[in-house]
Every structure is written in C-alpha cells, then in structure tokens.
Design a protein around this ligand. Structure first.
Ligand code: S3P
Length: 172
C-alpha cells in the first residue's frame, strides 16, 4: 500500500507534542485523528492518571493494549497519537505492524518535554520527578527508534513544520 494511504501512528516521550502534531497532520490530510489516552479515558470512564493511581501501571497497560486493539480494528482514524508508553510494549508494536501502520517517532529533547510536563495541567504519574522522568526518557530512546520515521522535534520547529515534515516523508 502507498505510504500516503497508510494509517500513521505517532509515538514519542510524554509531552513530546504527539497529540498536537497528530491533530495538525490530520487537518492537513483531511482525515480523522484519535488520541489513544482519550479512548482509554472513554472506555474506562476515568482519566489516565486516575486509572494509574487507582489500579497501578500494569492494569493501565492492559487497558491501553485493549484500547489500541479496538482503535486499530475500528480503522476509522487515519492518524493515531499514542501515549508515551504504548509503543514500549512489544505486543502493541506487533499489533501496529500487523495493521500496516506507518510509525513516526517524534523525538523531542528531554528539556523541552520536562518543561512542558512541569507547566502542564495534565497529571503524568510516571513523570512526577525529574530524575525518574529523565531515566525513563533515556531507557526508552532505543525502543522509540524502532519507529519507521525519526523526526527530531526541538523547540525550533513549529507543530505545523513537524506535520509538514511527516507529510513530505510520507510522499517521498
Ligand atoms: C505515559 C504517557 C502518558 C499516559 C500515561 C503514561 C507513559 O501519555 O499515557 O501517563 O508511560 O509515557 P502522554 O505521552 O500523552 O503524556
């Protein structure tokens, strides 16, 4: 299948800008976008931080995996923004590959992510302390690098620049 018609899955660290870039991308492509954390919240009737705090990370990952399967099997959205940990689960990566999605790693520097995390109103239970977040950031890089397209995403690039860069790569 031509890359331009494939579904696009965006991964990257917490606060990398996945949802914003996915939204801009979907607008440019004239298609629907889905944020996996939003689907989890709808399905579980609780916010992601509440789910993690109430049930623990392992149960959250199970709910995340189920939600991902539903999103991929529904097939209605062409652009999917993952939560930062979804891609780190091997079963999720296999599922995404089975659905022939084009995968993008939005590689935003830690300092940018951390500043956004601390300024955001959104709670991120897995990044409450800088040291833990930074360790997770470095541990996950080699896994994010398994995505098909690597997009360095520093503060010097706007959301629109990043969406345009992904579209150029898709059409190349
Ligand atoms: C997580 C990232 C969060 C959310 C949850 C766990 C992670 O999403 O899914 O708090 O493990 O990186 P964002 O990447 O949108 O912050």
């Amino acid at each position: 299948m031509s890359a331009t018609l494939r579904r696009i899955v965006i991964t990257g660290f917490m606060a990398a800008g996945k949802t914003s870039v996915a939204t801009a991308l979907a607008n440019r492509l004239g298609c629907r976008m889905i944020d996996l954390d939003y689907i989890i919240t709808e399905r579980e009737r609780r916010s992601v931080p509440a789910l993690i705090n109430d049930e623990g990370v392992a149960r959250f990952r199970e709910a995340e995996g189920r939600a991902l399967r539903v999103v991929l099997e529904m097939g209605r959205a062409r652009v999917i923004a993952l939560g930062g940990g979804a891609w780190t689960v091997a079963e999720n990566r296999s599922l995404i590959a089975e659905h022939d999605c084009f995968t993008v790693w939005l590689d935003t520097p830690f300092e940018v992510c951390w500043q956004r995390i601390t300024e955001s109103e959104e709670a991120r239970p897995l990044a409450t302390e800088r040291e833990t977040a930074e360790r997770l950031f470095h541990e996950r890089r080699s896994i994010y690098a398994l995505a098909q397209l690597h997009i360095p995403a520093g503060d010097d690039k706007s959301i629109e620049d990043l969406a345009a860069e992904i579209i150029r790569a898709l059409s190349a």
